[in-house]
Design a protein around this ligand. Structure first.
Ligand code: ADP
Length: 638
């Protein structure tokens, strides 16, 4: 037990108590010793005085007769004899004319001292002699005066001895008291040391420290309370850890649910949108076309709402994953603005775009999230503006080369000042009639501001009712290299299906595509899109079938679904890649075509060895872009 600590830093209670006790004791002992000395002094002084009183009459009596007869030789011999007596240091007799008639022990050439008025032992420290002067009288007639010095050295020696002994005894007493107090202090504070040790252990994370001593006294009760407290803390922490694990599990279940739901909804949406596009591309009468366009618009709107709800759920679950990939901002803005311009023109509005500053637009960041924010803000500007126009601006300041400021201004209905803060809250619209008049979920700005925030920026709003609104945000990016590769995923709000046909070059160098897809409607959609683009397709219904076909035929491109029965797309891709490695074959281009649209899914595709990613629901144009890019790359490779 490491209880005894002899280093006593002054911050410990024990040391302070000890110091206080020692000081008190030292003061008391000093008082005691000094008082003893004082008493002893007065006793000794009394002794000296008594001695003087006793000796003086005897000595003067012995000199009366010789002085009367002026027998100074006898006086001298009396003095010499008396000097030998203990305690007398000198004797001098003078006659009435003050002539020295006899002297013993006092130097002849020195003047005689004045008598002391009293005995002061402290003054006597230097010359330990008490000077006394006594008249020599006979029948009242003065014969002379005797000067006498009483030796005080033995008294001083006694005083010194007493002082030394007193100091030694006091020091011993102090040392013993200090030791006793220290032991007592240790005994009293042993629980505190124990408590401190246990508290430090708990602070350091050990929630089961060795229990401290308990008892009936106050410190013992404190120990018992501490033990109870550390047991409770341990229990609470266990409860919290359990609750956290449960919350994490629920969160996990929620994201699984989200992923599944996303997949389940996107798959039929792909069918609806793709098939609508396909039918729209056939010969239709005006009414049929109009009805189908309505289906297409509704499907687009539904997809927008589903995407917003999924995004919002991801934000709520803290599951938003940002990408850091290279992209060209200028290209992104061009792609983003094209369909929005078409939409604005449909309402008789013009979108003006302005860029300022020297733009190095090859950046690293999350282009899809940026596109989402721009789509939302510009989409809102179009939605809430009926007259005037919209300006989309971006600039890069020289002092922050890769930090861009974007702003979207409109001349629309504006937002009342008291609503400008709340429009960024979920499911909030500036006006209750907004949904009725303009539609919308009230989630777009919440998602946009969260995404901008996650990307390291902040959205600001300036608006006046009836005059218009300006949304502004700044985003930092990292510098990227000029891109050669094109982003395979198409803009989320791509324009309506462009009229297409099989161009001559496509027909001349048609691709042989392996489509690995289990969903019958998506099979049909992809097959007809690929064939209409002038390429050959072979269909595999699951990953295993796809793997066998890929090993037997030289395909130009594999479009691989991810979730399939028998063998999923990831496993099939891994198997194809290891087959290529084993047989030293050229790398086959494999592009994921899946409704699993989370960034983690993309990562899984990358890890499995896929070359690209086309998320469902995709537009016919997206697939055609992909086929065109593949063709171009193959042409360059040849
Ligand atoms: P939604 O547009 O789906 O309703 P948002 O979160 O995008 O949801 O917008 C929230 C609300 O903010 C809108 O309903 C509208 O009241 C207001 N708002 C957003 N942008 C504008 C704008 N450019 N002009 C006027 N009001 C706007």
């Amino acid at each position: 037990m490491k209880l005894v600590s002899f280093s006593l830093p002054m911050r410990s209670v024990r040391a302070r108590f000890l110091l206080a006790a020692v000081v008190v004791e030292a003061v008391m002992l000093t008082l005691l010793v000094s008082n003893s000395l004082r008493l002893m002094n007065s006793y000794l002084v009394e002794q000296v005085e008594q001695h003087a009183r006793q000796i003086t009459p005897v000595l003067t009596a012995a000199t009366i007769a010789p002085m009367a007869q002026r027998d100074y030789a006898t006086v001298q011999s009396v003095l010499d004899e008396s000097l030998s007596q203990k305690g007398v240091s000198y004797l001098v007799v003078v006659d009435t004319q003050n002539n020295r008639v006899a002297s013993s022990g006092w130097p002849k050439d020195q003047p005689l001292p004045k008598p002391d008025s009293g005995i002061d032992l402290s003054l006597a420290a230097g010359i330990p002699v008490h000077h006394v002067q006594t008249p020599i009288l006979m029948f009242g007639q003065r014969l002379g005066t005797m000067y006498m010095g009483l030796d005080l050295s033995h008294i001083l020696a006694a005083r010194k001895a007493l002082l030394t002994q007193g100091a030694l005894i006091a020091a011993g007493e102090l040392a013993m008291s200090a030791l006793l107090l220290m032991v007592l202090g240790l005994w009293l504070t042993r629980h505190l040391v124990d408590l401190t040790r246990a508290s430090r252990e708990v602070t350091a994370g050990n929630l089961s420290p060795a229990p401290v001593n308990e008892g009936d006294d106050e410190l013992g009760q404190l120990g018992a309370a501490f033990n109870a407290m550390s047991r409770t803390i341990k229990q609470r922490v266990q409860d919290l850890v359990q609750a956290k694990e449960q919350a994490e599990q629920s969160n996990h279940a929620k994201s699984d649910f989200l992923a599944t739901m996303s997949h389940e909804i996107r798959t039929p949406m792909n069918g609806i949108m793709g098939m609508t596009d396909l039918v729209l591309d056939t010969r239709l009468d005006a009414e049929q076309r109009e009805l189908l366009m309505a289906v297409k618009t509704s499907a687009n709107a539904l997809l927008g709402i589903i995407n917003e709800i999924l995004d919002f759920s991801k934000i709520e679950a803290g599951k938003v994953e940002l990408e850091a990939i290279e992209f060209d901002l200028e290209q992104l803005l061009r792609h983003c603005l094209a369909p929005l311009r078409a939409r604005a023109e449909g309402k008789g509005l013009k979108i003006e775009s302005m860029a300022s500053g020297t733009l190095d637009t090859h950046l690293v960041g999350d282009p899809n999230r940026l596109r989402q924010v721009l789509n939302n803000l510009i989409g809102n500007a179009i939605k809430f503006t009926s007259r005037g126009g919209i300006t989309v601006g971006w600039e890069c300041r020289a002092e922050t080369p890769h930090s861009f400021r974007f702003w979207i201004s409109d001349t629309g209905i504006g937002i009342p000042e008291d609503k400008q803060g709340s429009v960024f809250e979920a499911f909030t619209q500036a006006d209750n009639s907004t949904t009725r008049n303009y539609g919308g979920t009230g989630l777009g700005l919440t998602i946009s501001s969260t995404l901008v925030h996650l990307m390291g920026g902040k959205i600001q709003l300036v608006s006046a009712v009836g005059k218009g609104s300006t949304f502004e945000f700044t985003l930092p990016f990292k510098p990227g290299r000029p891109l050669n590769t094109l982003v395979l995923e198409a803009p989320a709000q791509a324009s309506a299906l462009a009229p297409h046909g099989t161009d001559a070059s496509t027909q001349a160098h048609g691709l042989h595509v392996l489509l690995v897809e289990d969903h019958p409607i998506n099979q049909k959609l992809a097959l007809s899109l690929i064939e209409r683009a002038g390429h050959r397709v072979t269909l595999a219904h699951n990953g295993e079938e796809g793997l066998h076909l890929a090993m037997q035929h030289p395909f130009d491109l594999v479009l691989m679904d991810m979730q399939m029965p028998v063998m999923d797309g990831l496993e099939a891709t891994r198997a194809i890649r290891s087959h290529e490695a084993a047989h030293k074959l050229a790398r086959l281009q494999i592009v994921a075509m899946t409704a699993n649209a989370m960034p983690s899914d993309r990562q899984a595709c990358d890890d499995a060895g896929m070359d690209g990613f086309l998320s469902k629901p995709f537009k016919a144009e997206d697939l055609r872009d992909l086929l065109r890019q593949t063709q171009e790359r193959l042409a360059v490779a040849q």
